[in-house]
Design a protein. Structure first.
Length: 190
């Protein structure tokens, strides 16, 4: 038989159809598809009439990774197996005594460093005060030494006569001359 004889022509659509057996398979497939679709629409229609469609089941993940930000011993589990949880829910608590001790140690180290800094500042202020006092004393001593040196030089260079002094100074100078004369007399007699 010729290929043309197996196919029948539909002159209206100008499409070649396969033979009866193939046509039968195609029609059965379309029929099953139509029945399936009609069943779905009838279920949806019933659900719409009843108000809601409920279903139950379990979806299980193959693997879930839980990674806390810090490591430690689990001391309390807050979520049960199979319980619904959301992102951010607390699932378990870790023993934080080691972290608390480390935080306390770091806090103590900061306080010790602050105390050392304050002590260094106080020491620096004390040293600055001592330096200022020593500098002031040195300047006063230098000024006193200059005055004493100048006075000694003036006394050695100049022997001013008694007439140079004023009345009060004359009396003081005369008393001084008498005292010096008495001292000289005593030293000669001795």
């Amino acid at each position: 038989m010729n290929n043309r004889s197996i196919l029948r022509k539909n002159h209206f659509l100008n499409i070649d159809f396969p033979s009866n057996s193939r046509l039968l398979y195609i029609l059965v497939a379309f029929g099953l598809l139509a029945i399936s679709l009609s069943a779905c629409t009838s279920i949806n229609g019933q659900a719409a009439e009843n108000g809601a469609l409920t279903a139950s089941g379990t979806v299980s993940a193959l693997q879930v990774a839980i990674a806390p930000e810090v490591g430690g011993k689990v001391v309390e589990v807050l979520a049960a197996e199979g319980q619904t949880v959301k992102t951010g829910d607390v699932l378990f608590r870790l023993d934080d005594s080691l972290l608390q001790a480390q935080r306390d140690q770091a806090t103590a180290a900061v306080q010790a460093a602050e105390a050392a800094l304050n002590a260094a500042r106080v020491q620096q202020e004390s040293t600055q005060t001592q330096y200022d006092l020593a500098l002031q004393a040195a300047r006063q001593q230098d000024q006193l030494n200059r005055v004493n040196a100048w006075q000694a030089a003036v006394l050695n260079e100049f022997n001013l006569p008694v007439w140079y002094f004023e009345k009060d100074e004359e009396l003081t100078a005369a008393e001084k001359e008498v005292s010096e004369a008495e001292a000289a007399l005593k030293s000669e007699l001795a």
